[in-house]
Design a protein around this ligand. Structure first.
Ligand code: ATP
Length: 514
């Protein structure tokens, strides 16, 4: 991971935010290559989800419309969604017992010796305290070298050491999650007075902006059930321990779809979205076994998803999670939880009148049915996606001058092609410049580079993950051919300058998507 991070810094993919001031924990900026990479990812998502959505399980194209809602909404939105009440104080969850504790209420009996088990209990709770004491005694009887056990606060235990802590109600070690602030929402004030009444929040997810606009979308478009509303945008969470590069940041971007359907169809749509989203990530370059789909166990489900069709995560094996995985996207049947909450809190009528359902009237037509739809939510992170793409692309190759190259899927590659004049004379820069400009119009980011020797230019492009480099040399001026170099195979061949655009179209996979 250190090597990937240093390449990201060196080549301008990702920088610490405010770096010249020492940075700010949990915030990252994207440099020229990273900004384009992340944009390619969001564009691909927008193209494939919103503009040319997939064919659904019934054989029809899925209906999706976009919104772009504000980061700051009426704070009542967050009361209705449960974020205001549910997001207080750092909490710790026990994966085994399903208990939840205030992090600052948990004490840990820690030994003086290194590498031994620790035992947690809840402050002021005699039962868990005695369980922990007994466990210590038993452990010491077998591991005398553990030393003296003394109580410390859980919050003082390093995250890596949590793997050795046995939770207050657990049998196994390592079942406590790290403390997470449950008021993850960033507060701000709207207006000049800045009183308590002016408090507002930066959205912790883009989803609620979709629910808040659900009625507007139904009333102003021709969408019919089932349909989805999509949004891409920033979300903010005051994470207690931002870490693992951009994986857990305090400002990040989400790509979310809320897909509304009748409860009877939730299972079908849940399965569809889960499988299609998995296939999508594979299609943009995460094709290896680093990508997995993990269906949640029943006892892992969020409160709103208990009755639903399921919840699953698409997870990637990042270098820092290996051999484990980290979530890229969650797909959940949120039942009608959110719309119900917003209907109750706002008083708005959010029920959908479905003219194609209900008993049949005398004329043989359905009478219609009024209902709050279920929601299937595929919620993806653009930053985690970009990070997975970076990790997957990173390919060490000691034979190359750059020692490493970025094997991006052509669709994700921030630079699609580079054009080099072999030397800066004899009209070569002019021919190369004209070709680069022509290619840019069709393929977006195409780089013209005339600096340094050709080997160094190839090395730069290898690190940037540019799939093809075209070199204009003396022969080009005579026979109109250029050398094209393939990033992955290092093959070089000569093609006619007029064929360059067609060659790129084919190689970048644009023809397949036409
Ligand atoms: P985690 O359990 O890792 O905190 P989550 O389950 O809370 O994630 P969701 O609320 O499901 O995440 O958010 C949907 C997506 O948003 C995640 O799959 C992830 O890609 C992205 N995301 C969430 N929190 C962060 C974060 N702090 N930094 C970067 N991306 C994030």
């Amino acid at each position: 991971m250190d090597e990937i991070m240093s390449l990201c810094k060196r080549r301008g993919f990702i920088f610490p935010a405010s770096e010249i001031y020492g940075g700010i924990n949990g915030f990252w900026d994207y440099g020229p290559l990273g900004a384009q990479l992340k944009k390619n990812l969001k564009d691909a998502w927008w193209q494939d989800c919103v503009l040319t959505p997939p064919i659904g399980p019934d054989g029809d194209e899925v209906q999706i419309v976009p919104v772009d809602s504000c980061i700051i909404q009426n704070p009542k939105v967050w009361e209705a969604s449960g974020h205001v009440a549910g997001f207080n104080d750092p909490m710790v969850d026990c994966r085994e017992s399903k208990s939840r504790y205030r992090a600052d209420h948990v004490q840990v009996l820690r030994p003086s010796g290194d590498g031994h088990l620790m035992f947690a209990y809840v402050e002021g709770d005699a039962e868990t305290a005695s369980k922990a004491r007994k466990a210590v005694d038993k452990y010491l009887s077998k591991n005398a070298d553990a030393g003296d056990y003394t109580p410390v606060e859980l919050t003082s235990i390093a995250v890596a050491d949590l793997a050795r802590v046995v939770g207050p109600h657990a049998k196994d070690k390592g079942t406590l999650t790290e403390p997470r602030a449950f008021n993850l929402m960033f507060k701000t004030y709207v207006g000049a007075l800045a009183t308590e009444d002016d408090i507002a929040y930066l959205r912790p997810e883009t989803a609620q902006g979709i629910f808040a606009n659900y009625k507007n979308v139904v009333d102003t478009t021709r969408v019919k059930m089932p349909f989805g509303i999509a949004q891409v945008g920033k979300a903010f969470r005051n994470e207690v321990t931002p870490r693992n590069f951009t994986f857990r940041s305090r400002e990040f971007e989400q790509m979310e779809i809320e897909f509304f359907c009748h409860a009877e169809e939730a299972q079908k749509w849940y399965t569809f979205w889960r499988d299609w989203r998995m296939a999508w990530w594979r299609s943009i370059g995460l094709g290896s076994d680093n990508l997995i789909l993990r269906e949640h166990d029943a006892d892992e489900l969020a409160h709103y998803a208990k009755e639903g069709a399921g919840t699953s995560d698409i997870e990637y094996r990042f270098p820092f999670t290996a051999p484990g995985y980290g979530e890229l996207e969650g797909i959940a049947d949120r039942s009608n939880f959110d719309l119900k909450q917003h209907a109750e809190h706002s008083g708005a009528k959010l029920e959908y009148f479905d003219t194609e359902r209900g008993e049949l009237a005398k004329n043989g037509q359905p009478k219609g049915e009024r209902y709050l739809p279920n929601v299937i939510e595929p919620s993806a992170g653009a930053d985690r996606g970009a990070l997975a793409i970076l990790c997957e692309a990173f390919t060490p190759d000691p034979e190359r001058p750059s020692k490493v190259f970025m094997r991006f899927h052509p669709r994700m590659a921030p630079i699609k092609a580079a054009v080099f004049p072999l030397v800066n004379k004899d009209g070569m820069p002019e021919v190369a410049g004209t070709l680069a400009r022509a290619l840019k119009r069709h393929f977006g980011n195409v780089e013209f580079d005339a600096k340094q020797n050709i080997g160094k230019r190839y090395a730069r492009m290898d690190e940037a993950g540019c799939p093809f480099c075209f070199t204009i040399d003396g022969d080009t001026l005579n026979d109109q051919t250029v050398t094209v170099r393939d990033r992955d195979t290092l093959d070089q061949q000569r093609i006619n300058i007029d064929q360059v655009a067609g060659f790129l179209r084919e190689k970048l996979g644009l023809e397949e998507r036409d």
